[in-house]
Design a protein around this ligand. Structure first.
Ligand SMILES: [Zn+2]
Ligand SMILES: [Zn+2]
Length: 101
């Protein structure tokens, strides 16, 4: 039995998450609570990054589209690298459609 750090639920299948290289550690009853506590926010649009995301100069973005908004070069969500497709966000686990610019 363990108590969730976020909601306080006492759950017999709680999970403990640690992040290597930091003191960050948490006990959670659900992925939702873990994301609330640990997932970084996109530097550009602010959505939670729960996929792999994109890291540029220490800043984390939900997708290459957001990274490009702050001038990052050479990042792409697409293997074909077609510039005409660059404005179509496509990223696992994020909500790029909600980006406001
Ligand atoms: Zn919880
Ligand atoms: Zn974003």
């Amino acid at each position: 039995m363990a108590v969730c750090d976020i909601c306080g639920n006492d759950y017999d299948r709680a999970m403990t998450i640690t992040i290597d290289g930091t003191d960050t550690r948490g006990v959670f009853d659900s992925f939702e609570c873990a994301i609330h506590a640990l997932a970084p926010s996109c530097t550009h649009c602010g959505c939670r990054v729960i996929g792999h995301g994109v890291e540029v100069d220490g800043a984390i973005f939900c997708c290459a589209h957001c990274a490009q908004h702050v001038g990052a070069q050479g990042v792409s969500d697409h293997s074909d690298n077609d510039p005409g497709q660059a404005d179509r966000p496509e990223s696992v686990g994020s909500q790029p459609g909600k980006a406001f610019s």
